[in-house]
Ligand binder design. Sequence first.
Ligand code: HAM
Length: 431
Amino acid sequence: MSAPKIQSVRGMNDILPDEAEFWDMFEETVRSWLASYGYRPIRLPVVEPTPLFRRAIGEVTDIVEKEMYSFVDSLNGESLTLRPEGTAGCVRAVIQHSLAAHQAQRLYYIGQMFRHERPQKGRYRQFHQVGVEAFGFPGPDVDGEQILMGARLWGDLGLAGITLEINTLGEPGERARHRAELVSYLEEHAELLDEDARRRLYTNPLRVLDSKNPALQDLIAGAPRLIDHLGEQSMAHFEGVQQVLRDAGQPFSVNPRLVRGLDYYNLTVYEWQTDRLGAQGTVCAGGRYDGLVEQLGGRPTPACGFAMGVERLIALIREAGGETRAEAVDVYLVHQGALASRLAVGVAETLRDRGIDVLYNCGGGSFKSQMKRADVSGAAFAVIIGDDEAAAGEVTLKPLRAADDRVGQQRITADDVADRIISLTADWEDA
Ligand code: HAM
């Protein structure tokens, strides 16, 4: 009997080579887009102390209440957590290394996040984010710039129809006054609340406004609005962000019910959405979190950022007809016979020295079967070495997808093969 197979953890996906090559191309586009805005990479641990997330994201959030993969380090009893998002760890690192002490910072990270959610299309337990964070900029200009960055990336990726919703959450004092009024309003209508809303009434009443329950929509529509409690400065900040968007011709809608699922935000929040991915249509989201650096023990530092879901964006690119066009190797190296195989190793290395990608046939096989593999590989050329060629210090060069019929199979010295391939390729490209 064969041994039982082990499957991947539910909601945690393998990304197989065809897909992974697509991811690589996506990341390349993303990294050059980020560089064009002056953002620099930061690489952060996947595991952080649990209190970091409890303090940053908030005790009464879905993430902290039920979605974290936490475990006790058996060596010292410390509670650790697989990061459910990247902002908290990034802020920790900024504080720990005094990165924002003397100058503003624009940082980004790409990597796995972990949330114990119910898996469905577009929602996974291990997923990937590109996260972008700026520290040290208090004004609305950077909020605006970050939002416009998103718009540019959608263009670079060939994506249309991603819409933008923005809102302001004001400052903590303003929120507290609104919250008090909201709680009494909800109390007055307690009989209309569902179980979730009742549970959140005193812990996180703002989230009640985010409820998707159709039975609550009238109640929500009549609820006191945060925007009516905002002071002049908060309103000016919000207006400043909108001005940047309007000046750039970026369409948006203000959604006063947009509250986000993490507690660290103040002032600007926003989400980019598509209706092409079913229920999980938010591809990117973020906002300002001016209080978080101080809350985690650093000096007060204004900050704002956003993160996008890589799985969702890639699904959207695919949905829009984006193709994987993985680069095939340039040369498949076919060889047979002891002497030929030894020469072939050297030829392969010489070609690579010249920047030519080579797939060296491993595992033997007849010339015929090796030539089949060469065809399947998509290589532009086969370089063929039998004992005959090897004895003469030569190779046979065979174009496999000649754009020009005049280029036929040719026998040349091993020393000349790199130059010949380079010149043939240049001819093809010119043709
Ligand atoms: P978030 O809204 O929790 O924000 O996540 C950002 C994006 O990650 C979502 O819009 C979605 O595209 C993707 N995402 C979230 N959960 C999943 C999941 N289970 N499966 C697949 N994709 C998912 C944050 O994480 C904040 N740290 C964003 C931020 C950065 N705010 C300021 N700076």
